[in-house]
Design a protein around this ligand. Structure first.
Ligand code: OAD
Length: 255
């Protein structure tokens, strides 16, 4: 690894190692090295699909079959996907401090698969489905769904249990995320373009409450303007190194 980047990782570790309360705001970039396409990068999902065709309540009303085709394909792609070193590094960090929350915009459940326990899913998850009539959420993890899946209870067409554009985040989920952001002494902003609100606003919320903000991304994002430190490179490379340094500083070894 480039020496300047190594030094930046060491500096970041020195700055945040004492934090007992840490939150990681993650986006699609954290799962990119697992083989899941991001949204806005070259080759990203929003290059091939229009948001208004597949990710709004109006789209679902207009053409549920198309929306389900899009989500069923994403579920299928997820079936063989495994967490990568970035997910595992965040799960490991949680073992080093007393309060660690992952606040994710991702719907792939890979943080859970890597062993993270306190995961706040801002945008829902791809594996469950929801009935708008009886408000039930059904876990359909790894099941292959019908083209137009129906509610077990009332027979109505169910929808993916994700937040679409134009929809509010669930109140309890947002309350948990903003509490974690205000409470943390360090917020890692990892693999997100930091342009989708309200999620992106959590980084400023943390900063305003006095946290150190560390941006980790392949490239500069709007989070840079509020970050104390920015590390540029693949999350699956940077995060394991950062966690190893934090562990070494906290416990005096690098094991
Ligand atoms: P984006 O696709 O907007 O941004 C992905 C970010 O990850 C970019 O800033 C990339 O530079 C960065 N990136 C890519 N590979 C990386 C790697 N290996 N290591 C580190 N960084 C990497 O994805 P999000 O910010 O997650 O919402 O998008 C936010 C929301 O917009 C999503 O949750 C989704 C989308 O529309 C909904 O569907 C409601």
């Amino acid at each position: 690894m480039d020496k300047t980047l190594q030094r930046s990782i060491d500096d970041a570790a020195q700055q945040v190692a004492a934090a007992e309360s840490v939150a990681a705001l993650t986006g699609a970039g954290v799962s990119a090295e697992s083989g899941i396409p991001t949204f806005r990068d070259c080759g990203g999902l929003w290059e091939d699909f229009r948001v208004q065709d597949v990710a709004t309540p109006e789209a679902f009303q207009r053409n549920p079959r198309l929306v389900w085709k899009f989500y069923n394909a994403r579920r299928t792609n997820l079936a063989d996907v495994r967490p990568n070193p970035a997910h595992f590094a965040l799960a490991e960090w949680a073992t080093l401090v007393s309060d660690f929350h992952v606040i994710t915009q991702n719907v792939d459940r890979l943080h859970h698969a890597a062993g993270s326990r306190h995961v706040i899913e801002l945008h829902g998850d791809l594996w469950s489905v929801r009935c708008d009539r009886c408000c039930e959420v059904f876990d359909r993890t790894r099941e292959s769904l019908a083209e137009m899946p129906e509610c077990d209870r009332c027979g109505r067409l169910v929808r993916p249990n994700v937040v679409w554009f134009g929809e509010e985040l669930a109140t309890d989920v947002w309350a948990a995320a903003s509490a974690a952001a205000r409470r943390c002494e360090c917020m890692l902003v990892v693999g997100t373009s930091a342009v989708v609100h309200p999620a992106a606003g959590l980084a400023s919320m943390a900063r305003d409450a006095g946290a150190d903000v560390v941006e980790i991304n392949l490239e500069e994002t709007p989070a840079r303007s509020i970050a104390n430190l920015s590390l540029y490179g693949p999350a699956g490379v940077l995060l394991p190194q950062l966690v190893a340094r934090v562990r070494a500083i906290r416990f005096g070894d690098a094991s």
